[in-house]
Design a binder for this molecule. Sequence first.
Ligand code: NAP
Length: 246
Amino acid sequence: MSHSELGPVIVTGGSRGIGAASVRALVALGRPVVFSYARDADAADGLCAELTQAGGQVIAIKADVTDPTTPALLFDRCEAAFGTATGLFANAGITGPATKITDLSLADLTRVIDTNLIGCFLTVQEGARRMARGSIVLMSSRAAELGGGGEWVHYAASKGAINAMTKGLARELGPRDIRVNAVAPGLIDTEIHAAAGVGERLVQKRAEVPLGRIGTADEVADTVVWLLSERASYVTGTIVDIGGGR
Ligand code: NAP
C-alpha cells in the first residue's frame, strides 16, 4: 500500500451524511482523519468515539467553513497530530431553502454561496498551500447539470462553480502531483433534504432515477475513498456522477 493511501485526510462536514460515511470508510482503511463540523457536536463526538474504540485515528473540530480561519486550523491540527495531509475532501455544503428564484432572499443566497463556494475555495486554497502531493476531492452535485429549476437554482449554481474549480485546479496543481476531482451525487439519503424543508423529496423524485432507487451515503463514500487513493493515480480533472443514471 502506498504512502498516500495511508496518509492523513482532512474532511469538511464529516459529522453526518456523506462526510461521515467517508470518514468511516477512510479510517477503516487505516487513514488518519481530521474532520470538521458546524453545529452538531453530539454527532461528531459519537462518530469519533465509535471510530477510536475500533482503533482508528480521528479528530473532530468544530469549525465553520465560512470562517476564513478554519482551513489553517484544520491543516495545523492535522500536521501536529498525523503529519502533512495527502488527502482533502471538501464536502461541507448546504442547499438553503427549496424555493423559486422569485422568493429567494439575499440572505439565503449569500449563505449558500459563502458555504458551498467560498468555504470550499478557501479550504482548497489552504490545501494547495500545504499539501506536498496527493489528492483533493470536491463535492459537486448532479444539480450542477440538472439546474435545480423550481427548487434550488442558487444551490445548483454554487455546485456549477465547483465543477469549474475542479477542471481549473486539476490543471494548476497537476504539475505538483496533486490530483483534483469532484463527485456529483444525485439523490442520496441524508438529512440535507429535510433541512431544506423538503423531507419528502426523496420519495417524490425516486421515479426519475433509472436505477429506481435513492442512493446511500456509503455509495458516494466508496468513490471518494477511491479518488483519494493511489488506485486513482491517473485520474484528475474529472467529475464523477453518482446519480443512478439521473
Ligand atoms: P448533511 O447530511 O446535511 O451533512 C452536512 C455535513 O456538513 C454535516 O456534518 C454538517 O455539520 C456539515 N456542515 C454544514 N454546514 C457546514 C459549515 N458551514 N461548516 C462546516 N461544516 C458544515 O449533508 P449531505 O447530504 O451529507 O451533504 C454533504 C455534501 O454533499 C454537501 O456539499 C451537499 O451539497 C452534497 N450533496 C448531497 C446530496 C444528497 O442528496 N444528499 C446530493 C448531491 C450533493 P453540522 O451537522 O454540525 O451542521
